[in-house]
Write a protein that binds this ligand. Structure first.
Ligand SMILES: NC(=O)c1ccc[n+]([C@@H]2O[C@H](COP(=O)([O-])OP(=O)(O)OC[C@H]3O[C@@H](n4cnc5c(N)ncnc54)[C@H](O)[C@@H]3O)[C@@H](O)[C@H]2O)c1
Length: 258
């Protein structure tokens, strides 16, 4: 038996970053099934085009833009694509990030730090700013940002990544209190899910990956559509209109906050 909530996002236009693969692509499938109009975006041009074609073949109203979030005008271009295509914006999912392989804190470089920061909190900040006037014009909206247990609980080898992810949680809480009067809700999802990123981690550092797996009380890794997609869909929907400023782990009971 599977949980579906078809039409819960009907008429809602949503941007999803990093939706060419992994968690972002899984979220895109779930949101499309629930009736959302989607703008997919990723640095991987073939992957994001393939994701768009896959969802369009299922009948979704979907467009895509391939762009590096570090480009100075990326946020304006992505939001502009949504407004050109749908004439409105109701939701923003800031899922993308890029990081270098995990390494001890003292080996991490400023370049490692900048890569995580530029593709994580910096891009999230810029997209939130670009989206804000359109969410206000729509009478409100929902932003879903992405954190990680690597930051909230601390994970060996992930200094730059953990810092970037906790910066995103700070941005989220400030925007939630500042934009609450605009009826804009801002929340953070912290997943543990079977993406390409998770598989790369498993290959590069099996010991740390297996330790993370073993710490999951529900004893499995999450599904990008059924577990993470379902939560993101709920947060974007009108079922969650009194829910803001929250950090929600969808990680089988792992990833506690310290
Ligand atoms: N998978 C997990 O278990 C897990 C755990 C904790 C947190 N997260 C978070 O969930 C989110 C998705 O993770 P994932 O596992 O799917 O990662 P992933 O690496 O598989 O996917 C990230 C996506 O972002 C895109 N991207 C990277 N750099 C970009 C750039 N400069 N411009 C545009 N797009 C870019 C990638 O191409 C990719 O499609 C991330 O925010 C991650 O921190 C995932």
């Amino acid at each position: 038996m599977s949980y579906t909530h078809s039409e819960s996002l009907a008429g809602k236009a949503v941007i999803i970053t990093g939706s060419g693969r992994g968690v972002g692509r899984g979220i895109a499938r779930t949101l499309a099934r629930n009736g959302a109009q989607l703008i997919l975006t990723d640095i991987l041009d073939d992957a994001v085009a393939e994701a768009r074609e896959e969802l369009a073949a299922l009948g979704a109203d979907v467009d895509s833009i391939a762009i590096d979030l570090r480009e100075p005008d990326a946020a304006e271009q992505i939001v502009g694509t949504a407004i050109d295509r749908f004439g409105r914006l109701d939701g923003l999912v800031n899922n993308a990030i890029a990081i270098n392989p995990a390494s001890p804190f003292t080996s991490q470089t400023t370049d490692d730090f900048d890569l995580a920061s530029d593709t994580g909190p910096r891009a999230t900040f810029q997209l939130m700013k670009a989206a804000h006037p359109h969410l206000v014009a729509a009478g409100g909206g929902s932003i879903v940002n992405f954190g990680s247990g690597a930051g909230s609980a601390g994970e060996i080898g992930f200094a730059a990544y953990g810092a970037a992810k906790e910066s995103i949680r700070g941005l989220t809480r400030v925007a939630a209190v500042e934009w609450g009067p605009d009826n804009i809700r801002v929340n953070v999802v912290l997943p543990f899910a079977n993406s390409e990123g998770a598989r790369i981690w498993e290959q590069q550092d099996p010991a740390s990956y297996n330790a993370a797996m073993n710490s999951v009380p529900l004893k499995r890794i999450g599904d990008v559509e059924k577990d993470v997609g379902a939560l993101v869909s709920f947060l974007l929907s009108d079922d969650a209109t009194f829910l803001t400023a929250q950090s929600i782990h969808v990680a089988g009971g792992a990833g506690i906050h310290r």
